[in-house]
Design a binder for this molecule. Structure first.
Ligand SMILES: NC(=O)C1=CN([C@@H]2O[C@H](COP(=O)(O)OP(=O)(O)OC[C@H]3O[C@@H](n4cnc5c(N)ncnc54)[C@H](OP(=O)(O)O)[C@@H]3O)[C@@H](O)[C@H]2O)C=CC1
Ligand SMILES: CC(=O)N[C@@H](CCC(=O)OP(=O)(O)O)C(=O)O
Length: 349
């Protein structure tokens, strides 16, 4: 698509559909898109056959959106929409996205299906074969603070993972513009339970996760190759991280504490200046002096970052809301860029 075509499309309301409308990220998408002056939500999907009203599924939408969730065929869906936000689990996404794209609709995919560039790496970390491998490696990775190029023209955007966004936003400035070792970086990350989605799971039952903190997927979490891939591409050197996620007894939020070794003596002021310069045109990244907390960014598209240097170790601290900057917020940020709207439209709360 040419830039001109993108502009022509931006002049009228964009009809939008959300796949997987009954889930957590879909609820956040709906709330953001209801504030968007150039968007009309015209389709919501579910596998359920009884067409539940969206207000019954998400009571917080009471009085705000009069639409039912439907088990639509791709033909029915694409007849109603210009753009689709796909909030389905991985594997389910790649089973529908090729047909949606073939109809001429644009897609922002919140799942992991199109993030990795190598089908072999996808298979190794996700445990199944990729059914649309030719799109890997050419799909635009939608983290606008890292790469804006290509988003405006893209037919398909691979929205980043939540832990991945926090980790990449924390590390990219220093890997690109300060001297830190690209290997042996340790990311200790904590997430609220909504990160696991709305479908019932033993680990996120109240009695299992309340008043408890535990690590999971140690050494095997699928965000590891995604972080390595993006940071290696961005910094032009092979980056390798050790990523350890933890489930926290809270609803939402991600806190990442990242440990890296500098290759020379560095100061906090120098590193903070590198970060401030890197993000000077990024409306949603706030480089702060204080130690950020997840509540500072809860319900917003902000990413708060700071850095400390102690005993020869650089410690980067990052907070985002997993459902907003880690999913629905950055999806709308990408959508805004795709359609030529101001990047912040509907996202400042
Ligand atoms: N939660 C988070 O913090 C983040 C999530 N993501 C990704 O975003 C996507 C959505 O996540 P989230 O909203 O949390 O997930 P949820 O589990 O809350 O919702 C996903 C929805 O997809 C539908 N669905 C589930 N399985 C299938 C299937 N096999 N085929 C078709 N539809 C299915 C379900 O709707 P129904 O049963 O009504 O059909 C469900 O409500 C996932 O890919 C996730 O990995 C990315 C970043 C952060
Ligand atoms: C707490 C929790 O379980 N979090 C999820 C990450 C959510 C996310 O970003 O998932 P995708 O990469 O699949 O889109 C997990 O660790 O699997």
């Amino acid at each position: 698509m040419t830039g001109d075509f993108a502009q022509v499309r931006s002049r009228s309301m964009v009809n939008v559909g959300i796949l997987g409308a009954t889930g957590y990220t879909a609820l956040e998408l709906i709330k953001i898109l209801l504030r968007h002056p150039e968007v009309k939500i015209t389709a919501l999907t579910t596998r359920q056959e009884d067409t539940p009203h969206i207000q019954a599924i998400h009571p917080s939408l009471h009085g705000r959106l009069d639409l039912r969730c439907e088990n639509l065929t791709t033909e029915e869906l694409v007849s109603r929409v210009d753009c689709v936000f796909c909030a389905l689990p991985h594997a389910a996404s790649m089973s529908v996205i090729p047909d949606v794209l073939a109809s001429g609709c644009r897609v922002v995919d919140l799942s992991a299906d199109y993030r990795l560039s190598d089908p072999g790496v996808y298979e190794e970390w996700y445990g199944h074969v990729h059914t649309d491998p030719t799109r890997l490696g050419t799909t635009i990775y939608g983290l606008p603070e890292i790469w804006k190029e290509g988003i405006r023209e893209a037919e398909l955007i691979a929205n980043p993972g939540c832990y991945t966004s926090a980790s990449i936003l924390g590390l990219a400035p220093l890997l690109c513009h300060a001297d830190i070792e690209p290997r042996g970086i340790h990311i200790d990350a904590k997430s609220g339970a909504s990160g696991a989605g709305r479908a019932p799971k033993l680990t996120t039952l109240f009695a299992e996760c309340n008043e408890s903190v535990s690590a999971y997927s140690v050494g095997s979490h699928r965000h590891t190759p995604e972080i390595d891939q993006v940071l290696s591409q961005k910094s032009g050197q092979p980056v390798e991280v050790v990523f350890t996620p933890h489930l926290m007894p809270m609803d939402r939020g991600i806190h990442a504490t990242i440990y890296a070794k500098p290759t020379r003596e560095v100061t906090e002021d120098e590193l903070l200046n590198v970060m401030r310069d890197f993000y000077k045109d990024a409306p949603f990244v706030r480089v702060v002096d204080h130690l950020p907390g997840t509540k500072d960014v809860s319900g917003t598209n902000y990413c708060d970052i700071t850095v400390r240097v102690t005993r020869g170790t650089v410690i980067i601290l990052v907070c985002i809301d997993n459902l907003i900057k880690g999913a629905a917020g950055v999806a709308v940020q990408n959508f805004n860029l795709m359609y030529g709207f101001d990047e912040t439209t509907a996202l400042i709360v």
